[in-house]
Design a protein around this ligand. Structure first.
Ligand code: UP5
Ligand code: MG
Length: 196
């Protein structure tokens, strides 16, 4: 596909900040297609003949970042299929890029991003949300040990990505400590201003 034709918004924020929840709202309100890198990795891991199953499983449990070639390929394929199927040209890429090298590779090989939507809240808030979700999610990384590791990876590897895009003036920062509806109000304000 032609990168000039496609609008990509990266959606970043710590574990449990509310990326997936707000992306669902944006899909309804703005007609973007939504791809979570974490969801694509979990689906790939569950595919019986995947050569990356074990690697993905270990990385997710340890809160480590899966080698970017795997994730970028999954995202690129998903986008290509979506464009073929529905013709959409607007994508929310959720939970990616989590590390500087991924950001540069995706923008060079796949397509440049237009904006970065960054959900900002405290570890306290995120921990409470994740522990509650753990009761029903079945996610292998929704346990206290994995959550601590995910927090650490976020601070060390992913915050530098947010800071990089901040310097480029591409970040829409939203405080995601409040209720889902309140956060979405702030999202709409930010997007309406920037997507004109
Ligand atoms: N909730 C949400 N918003 C709320 C609000 N405003 N008030 C009250 N509750 C709220 O929300 C989390 C929980 O909080 C839910 O129960 C929700 O109802 C509630 P959610 O919207 O799911 O938050 P999200 O930010 O999407 O949290 P998630 O756990 O998905 O974030 P992570 O970034 O940890 O997970 P992800 O799936 O993106 O990645 C998982 C792992 O995959 C990574 O740790 C890594 O190992 C691997 N990965 C890579 O290696 N590379 C990648 O590029 C991407 C992932
Ligand atoms: Mg998510």
């Amino acid at each position: 596909f032609d990168p000039n034709d496609v609008t990509v918004i990266f959606v970043l924020g710590g574990p449990g900040a509310g990326k997936g929840t707000q992306c669902a709202n944006i899909v309804r309100g703005y007609g973007f297609a939504h791809y979570s890198a974490g969801d694509l990795l979990r689906m790939e891991q569950a595919r019986p003949d995947s050569e990356f199953g074990e690697l993905i499983k270990t990385c997710i449990r340890e809160g480590k970042i899966v080698p970017m070639e795997v994730t970028v390929a999954l995202l690129e394929n998903a986008m290509r299929d979506e464009i073929k199927k529905t013709g959409t040209k607007r994508f929310l890429i959720d939970g990616f890029p989590r590390q500087m090298d991924q950001a540069l590779k995706f923008e060079q090989d796949v397509c440049p991003s237009k904006l970065v939507l960054f959900f900002d809240t405290t570890e306290d808030v995120m921990l409470k949300r994740l522990l509650r979700r753990a009761e029903t999610s079945g996610r292998e990384d929704d346990n206290i040990e994995s959550i601590r590791k995910r927090f650490r990876t976020f601070v060390e590897a992913s915050m530098p990505v947010v800071e990089y895009y901040e310097k480029l003036g591409k970040v829409v920062k939203v405080n995601s400590s409040n209720s889902v509806d309140e956060v979405y109000e702030e999202v709409k304000k930010g997007l309406d201003e920037r997507l004109k």
